[in-house]
Design a protein around this ligand. Structure first.
Ligand SMILES: Cc1cc2nc3c(=O)[nH]c(=O)nc-3n(C[C@H](O)[C@H](O)[C@H](O)COP(=O)(O)OP(=O)(O)OC[C@H]3O[C@@H](n4cnc5c(N)ncnc54)[C@H](O)[C@@H]3O)c2cc1C
Length: 306
């Protein structure tokens, strides 16, 4: 953490007052909280139980000008080997309630997308099938308008409840969120998603299940789900597919240390065992340079670096 050990202890105590001692961890390895299974220690790692605690924790960090970072499932993140100098605020333990009202389903930010789509299926509510294989949280999914197989969050989202940078709560309709391909106003303006409401359609659970099974099968066939990764490493460049460019550049299986381009799907950089963040960076940079040299296209990472 920026500043001295004393500052860190003071903030630790303040956060323990707000969240309870058990909800404040020191030097927590981020490799335990990312799907890459990579990342050094976070100075402080906290797990608020509800939106009010979250708001208070954020205010406490701001008061002493300590950086903080909102963590969902860590499925789109590469955390550095040095870890994070500040406070990681993890939402997947406390903000996990779901409420259903007719065709509308409201999920708190820490609910898993997969759990949400499972629940919708069981209730005979269609619309979240596309999300059944995305290992992120509702908050992370709104942040980057997660999508797959012709579906995305924007298609089914009605509104989000957010904490704004000035510390107030607000409800924003989907039209106010500027949702685009892996982008949103949430990301641009540093809004914190507390919950999201989806408008779904009544359908037969068996039909929903059949679609989900089909998407799962397609994913299992194509993606290296047996190895830790953060999903597609690069955004889709206009007019191309990242995986095809990487494959055509002869980079399938290219390795640096414990990280490499998946042999199964070139769009995924995977942790082959013991990879460091530096290894993953080396693979990403090599892929970017080589694809650009051969095809004149600079790939942009979809994975976020912390
Ligand atoms: C095997 C695999 C397959 C994948 N397939 C897909 C796919 O098909 N489609 C797709 O879109 N993605 C896919 N992903 C990537 C990832 O799962 C999604 O982008 C997901 O939405 C990230 O959510 P998260 O909770 O893990 O976010 P994190 O990785 O925890 O965080 C990502 C960003 O979201 C921010 N964030 C998290 N929660 C909040 C919140 N409550 N409020 C504000 N900001 C927040 C974080 O600060 C961070 O900047 C895949 C990943 C893996 C590992």
């Amino acid at each position: 953490m920026a500043g001295d050990g004393r500052e860190r202890e003071d903030l630790q105590q303040r956060l323990a007052q707000i969240l309870g001692e058990d909800n404040v961890l020191v030097d927590e390895p981020m490799s335990k909280h990312t799907t890459f299974q990579i990342g050094g220690p976070a100075d402080l790692f906290v797990t608020p139980d509800d939106a009010d605690e979250l708001a208070e924790a954020v205010a406490a960090c701001k008061e002493v000008e300590t950086p903080f970072f909102l963590l969902g499932c860590g499925s789109d993140l590469l955390v550095s080997d040095e870890g994070y100098r500040g406070v990681i605020i993890s939402l997947t333990e406390g903000l996990i309630n779901v409420a259903v009202d007719g065709n509308e389903m409201s999920c708190q930010a820490g609910v898993g997308l997969r759990e949400a789509s499972e629940m919708a299926c069981e209730l005979g509510l269609s619309g979240l099938e596309f999300a059944c294989g995305i290992p992120g949280s509702i908050g992370g999914a709104c942040f980057m308008n997660a999508g797959a197989y012709d579906g995305c969050i924007a298609d089914v989202l009605k509104s989000v409840r957010v904490l704004t940078p000035d510390g107030s709560f607000a409800t924003l309709g989907v039209d106010e969120l500027d949702l685009g391909y892996r982008k949103s106003r949430i990301a641009d303006e540093g809004l914190i998603v507390l919950s999201a409401t989806f408008v779904l359609k009544k359908a037969k659970p068996e039909a929903i299940r059949a679609t989900m099974d089909d998407l799962t099968r397609r994913r299992e066939e194509k993606q290296p789900l047996d190895l830790p990764s953060a999903g597609s490493t690069f955004k889709r460049p206009e007019g191309h597919f990242a995986g095809k460019l990487i494959s055509d550049a002869g980079l399938k299986g290219w390795q640096s240390g414990g990280a490499g381009v998946s042999k199964k799907h070139a769009g995924f950089v995977v942790n082959l065992g013991g990879a460091t963040a530096a290894d993953v960076h080396a693979v990403i940079e090599h892929v970017q340079d080589e694809v650009e040299r051969q095809f004149g296209v600079r790939l942009e990472p979809e994975v976020r670096f912390l």
